[in-house]
Each structure stands twice: as C-alpha cells, then as structure tokens.
Design a protein around this ligand. Structure first.
Ligand code: BJ8
Length: 423
C-alpha cells in the first residue's frame, strides 16, 4: 500500500472505493482539461492542486491538526475564511463535484435534490471523503432549502454549526448577518481555544484580499481578444482556489498572470481565430465537474468569464482593510460577504444587473446560464437573467443538467446550435 493510501486507511476511509472514484475523476480530467492543446506551462501547478486535493493536501491538514491547528469544513462561499484563519484553523471546502459518489447518497437521500449536495453526501456516507475524518467542525448556511434540511441530518452525526444567511438585503438583514458572522467567530474561538485578535484578523484579511486581487487580475487578462487562457483552465484555477493554501495559491496565480501577459504580447491564445466569446452564469462547477465548460469550448467558443461561485462571485469585492478594532473588522468582513449575489436572495436585482454588466465588460456574444438539476433558485431566476440579457442584445441558453454523462450528446447538440447562431 502506498504511503498516501496508508494515511487514508488510518483515517478510516474505504481505500479501494476511494481509488475507484479517483480513477473515474482522473479519466474525466484527461478527457476535458487534459485534452486541450497549448496550455500555459504554469497551469501545471493548478492541475497538481486538484490531484493533491485527495493526497498531499490531506497530509498537510493532518500534520497541522497534530500541531494543534484544527480544520473547519465549509459548503458555501458565504462562510468567511478570514475568521477561520484568524482563529488558527484551516478552512476547507467539502462540496462534491463527482458523479461516482452520488449513488451512495441516493441510498438514503431523495434522488431529486441537486447533484452538488448528493455528491457531497455520497462522499461522506461512502467513507471516501478524506476531509470528513480530518475536520473538527462543519459549517452550513441557510441558502437553499436542500442544504438547510441536509444540515439537520448532518448535525446529528458531526460537530455542526449553521450560519443564518438572510434572504433579503435590507438594513435588518445586514444587521442579522453581521451578528451571525460574529457568532461564527465565537464558535471558532470555542473550537480552537484561540481568541481572534485584531492583528490576526487583519493579517487574514490582507492574505485573502491579495488572493482576490490576483484572481481579479487573471479575470482582467481574459478581457483581451483573443483571451490568453481557456475557460476550462480558468475553472481549474478557481477549483484550486477553494482547496489550496491561500498564500501559496496567490503566488501561483501571480506567476500564471505573468505568463498570460506574455502570451497576450505574443498573440498566443487557446481559442481558434474568430472563436465566439461566451460567459457562464449560474451554479458553481466544483472540483470534478468540467462537463459544461468542456462542451462549450469543444463547440468552438471560448469562455471568457464565469459569473458563479467558481468565478467572480468568489473574488469580486475586497474587504475594507481600514478598521482597527475587532468589531469594525468583523463588520467589514460581513459586509463584503453580504455582497455575494446567490440566487437564494429575493428580490435579487443585484445579480441580474451583475450578469448584464459582466456580459458587457467581457464583450461576450452570448451567455450560458448553468443550472444544476433541481436547483430552483438558479432555474427560476434564469427567466429574469434571460430577459435582462435579451434587452441588452445578448442571447442566452439555459442548460439544466447533473454530473452524469448521460445527456452529453444532447447537450453538445444544443450548445453547438447556440454557438453557431451567435453573431
Ligand atoms: S452562494 S450558489 S456556493 S449556495 S446549486 S446547493 S444553491 S440547490 S451551491 Fe451555492 Fe453558496 Fe449559493 Fe454559491 Fe443549493 Fe443550488 Fe445546489 Fe447550490
């Protein structure tokens, strides 16, 4: 048994099943990301982050845990990573992007819930998620109904904390959210035994703002026509953003950005001449899920922006760094996170406006609104998104799909027809 599998066995994982799932994910990676030509050489780092997510990164977290730094599992980008870092814990995302774990969730859970939730639960229930035994606390949030009800099941099994995310954006809601963020700080302090001090929180804010700036710079480079990076590679970077240690990750993005600037200077692009610029809007595509991005780019278009939680919703808006006392810093953290436009809000004009603004800024010819099956928020909101884009003269296509490969042929036909008719 390899040293790595030895570690997974010690964590109580089903190593054989874990190997099987990784092999299926690796096959998809090779068929999509790996099948692209002319990739930037610095992308090797981000490929490695994805491959290390179930390997070296787990070993790092186990070592940290032995040294007293606990791990906090999250399911959503509303959970402020800065607070976890300032309380001397490591935040790690637990969202699943693979099909192979879903049947394990369907043995217990209803089949008609979103694949992201089923994939996550399937990894946990089948003992194939290495973060399950490593984490000391899991943090859910009140975004969609499927998640809220899932937390009730998980809370009976693991140490669980739920953050209440209000679903309107008025003054009372902001106040409630600020108090929820502060309650999360106290929960972290209780878990880690480390008081969040203004110096530590200030440093965590600077680290995460630097990460956001690097990702914003990468997004800027994609505005160039033709872009120096494929949409699929940009997605790999974003998937790595959720999993990697932030300082190391930021430095890797800065190196990638330098290479992309050089490619722009030489006119090097992964896009075919005249490739139509397309944006993706909607649900996140977390690690293991490259399906729709690959189909869009295999159809000859190039994705130049993602309005999603694996896109600009993750890195837009910096945290105000000027507050010096803890209360001011916590409020600044809360305010930045409250600007994320998830479809769980009502009304949600901010998101509709953001999609149209991004479409214009990135000069796209069309938008693909990506909806994970049974995600009612994004599915219904797509009507308003489509109408607003239409008014701005930008055609859009709504894709509702899961993680399986069953509908690939049908989706390919629809996407090719959509791209073909773009001006
Ligand atoms: S902020 S998008 S990460 S909740 S896709 S589980 S909404 S049914 S992932 Fe999400 Fe936070 Fe919103 Fe982003 Fe529910 Fe929809 Fe599934 Fe979703």
């Amino acid at each position: 048994m390899s040293e790595h599998n030895q570690l997974l066995a010690e964590l109580g994982l089903d190593v054989a099943l874990h190997d099987e799932m990784l092999a299926a994910t690796d096959r998809l990676f090779r068929q999509t990301v790996g099948a692209q030509g002319g990739r930037p050489t610095t992308m090797a780092y981000f490929d490695d982050v994805l491959h290390r997510a179930h390997g070296g990164r787990v070993a790092e977290l186990v070592e940290d845990k032995k040294a007293g730094r606990k791990t906090v599992g999250t399911f959503c980008i509303y959970v402020p990573e800065e607070l976890a870092m300032a309380a001397n814990t490591n935040p790690v995302p637990l969202c699943g992007g693979i099909q192979a774990s879903i049947p394990h969730a369907e043995k217990m859970f209803p089949r008609d819930i979103c694949p992201l939730i089923k994939s996550t639960l399937g990894l946990a229930f089948s003992k194939t998620c290495p973060y399950g035994p490593v984490k000391n606390l899991a943090v859910g949030e009140t975004t969609c109904d499927a998640k809220k009800k899932t937390w009730e099941i998980l809370a009976g099994r693991v140490n669980f904390h739920v953050m209440e995310l209000p679903q309107k954006k008025g003054r009372l809601d902001i106040d409630l959210w600020r108090s929820e963020v502060d309650a999360f700080r106290m929960k972290l302090e209780e878990l880690s035994g480390t008081k969040v001090e203004p110096e530590a929180l200030g440093e965590a804010i600077r680290v995460m703002n630097a990460k956001r700036r690097a990702l914003q710079a990468m997004a800027e480079l994609r505005k160039v026509d033709p872009p120096p990076l494929s949409g699929l590679d940009a997605l790999v970077v974003m998937q790595a953003a959720l999993a990697d240690e932030p300082v190391r990750f930021t430095s890797a993005v800065e190196k990638l950005n330098a290479e992309l600037a050089g490619r722009i200077g030489r006119g090097t692009s992964p896009a075919k001449p005249g490739a139509k610029r397309v944006m993706i809007a909607g649900c996140p595509a977390v690690m293991g899920n490259w399906k729709v991005h690959a189909l869009v780019e295999q159809s000859g278009a190039v994705i130049v922006h993602d309005e999603s939680c694996t896109g600009s919703r993750y890195f837009d808006n910096l945290i105000d760094e000027t507050a010096r006392d803890l209360a001011g810093q916590v409020a600044a953290v809360a305010d930045r996170y409250f600007k994320i436009n998830c479809a769980c809000f009502t009304p949600n004009q901010e998101r509709i406006d953001a999609v149209v603004q991004k479409a214009r800024e990135y000069n796209v010819k069309g938008a693909v609104h990506y909806v994970l099956q049974t995600c009612h928020g994004y599915n219904i909101e797509a009507m308003r998104v489509e109408a607003a884009l239409k008014q701005a003269g930008i055609p859009s296509l709504k894709i509702v799909t899961d993680y399986s490969e069953e509908d690939t042929g049908q989706l390919r036909t629809r996407i090719e027809a959509f791209v073909e008719q773009l001006g």
